[in-house]
Design a protein around this ligand. Structure first.
Ligand code: ATP
Ligand code: MG
Length: 298
């Protein structure tokens, strides 16, 4: 199973958001698998992880493209564990992960893309954003008081602010794609009931206590507002050059498999290959071989 794509992810890909409706996407489905087939999924995941590692070596060697993976989700949807599992086969030198929390004073002193722009992956690398500039049309939209703290000139904050942010994000992503950055965006779509279950686990299990933040419960009370903000965000920013994947996230094993499959699909389409040697480079290799073998004799 290492060579072929599983083709699981296509059903969740949105490349044209204009008619996007979140309610059409299930949080709990497990695609072609029964809900108890997690062991089978595990071995398929191992195949996809190997494939990502292979593709990443070529990405690095070729040094033309960069890959940017963006993860957005409600709390406890499994962003951290998905990133950890799916990228587990990758050479750490070829991969950079950045988490974006509430902005610092320094970050607030700049435009909203500034802090993420500084963290974009170099050519040859996979960059992962654990949250991103999309918080600007999600948490900030749900909590307008955050916008008030961004110190924007008041005359620039009008009714069209969210549409303007969508436009700016789309323009930014188009710019990146024209510069060789392959963007793939994941919304891990967890249900409200499953979030409750996971929060309770965080309270019950000592090894998970640290993950519980009282503030998360407050955000949970705004669930519907968040879903509306996600829907608007995906509707305005899903493009062929920067697709969203709305990934069912109630079963973690399925989430990982879909995310891995989406990465394999996208990177397979990039025609990544090891650089071809020129005749001159080949001659140099031959010369090096001769020198090495001569040394051995001496
Ligand atoms: P965990 O799964 O461990 O809870 P997390 O990604 O939720 O990880 P936290 O430290 O709990 O990390 O939360 C980060 C918080 O920062 C989130 O509530 C998020 O909405 C908020 N945040 C991120 N970007 C911005 C932003 N631009 N403006 C305001 N808040 C932001
Ligand atoms: Mg959190």
């Amino acid at each position: 199973m290492t060579g072929k794509s599983l083709d699981l992810a296509r059903a969740y890909r949105v490349t044209d958001g204009r008619k996007f409706r979140l309610e059409r996407y299930s949080a709990s489905e497990t695609g072609p698998f029964r809900s108890d087939e997690d062991a089978k999924a595990q071995s398929l995941l191992a195949g996809s992880i190997d494939r990502i590692a292979d593709l990443q070596e070529k990405l690095y060697a070729q040094d033309h493209w960069a890959v940017l993976l963006i993860f957005q989700a409600m709390d406890a949807a499994g962003k951290d564990s998905t990133i950890k599992q799916v990228m587990s086969g990758i050479n750490p030198q070829g991969c950079q992960v950045f988490s974006f929390k509430a902005p610092s004073e320094e970050e607030l002193d700049h435009d909203f893309l500034w802090r993420t722009m500084r963290c974009l992956p170099e050519r040859g690398r996979i960059g992962i954003f654990n949250r991103s500039y999309y918080e600007e049309t999600l948490v900030v939209r749900v909590h307008p008081e955050i916008l008030a703290h961004q110190r924007l000139p008041p005359e620039l904050v009008g009714k069209r602010i969210w549409d303007q942010r969508f436009e700016d994000i789309v323009a930014f992503e188009r710019y990146l794609s024209r510069n060789g950055v392959k963007i793939i965006k994941f919304f891990l779509n967890v249900s409200k009931a499953e979030q409750k279950k996971r929060f309770l686990e965080r309270l019950d299990s000592p090894s998970k206590n640290w993950k519980f933040a009282a503030g998360d419960l407050k955000e949970r009370t705004r669930w519907d507002d968040y879903m509306a903000a996600y829907e608007a965000t995906i509707r305005h920013t899903a493009k062929p050059f920067a697709p969203w994947y709305v990934v069912p996230a109630d079963n973690k094993w399925y989430t990982r498999l879909v995310v891995a499959s989406a990465i394999v699909d996208a990177m397979s389409e990039m025609k990544l290959q090891f650089p071809r040697l020129t005749d001159e480079q080949r001659e140099q290799l031959e010369l090096a071989r001769t020198q090495l073998t001569q040394k051995k004799r001496s």
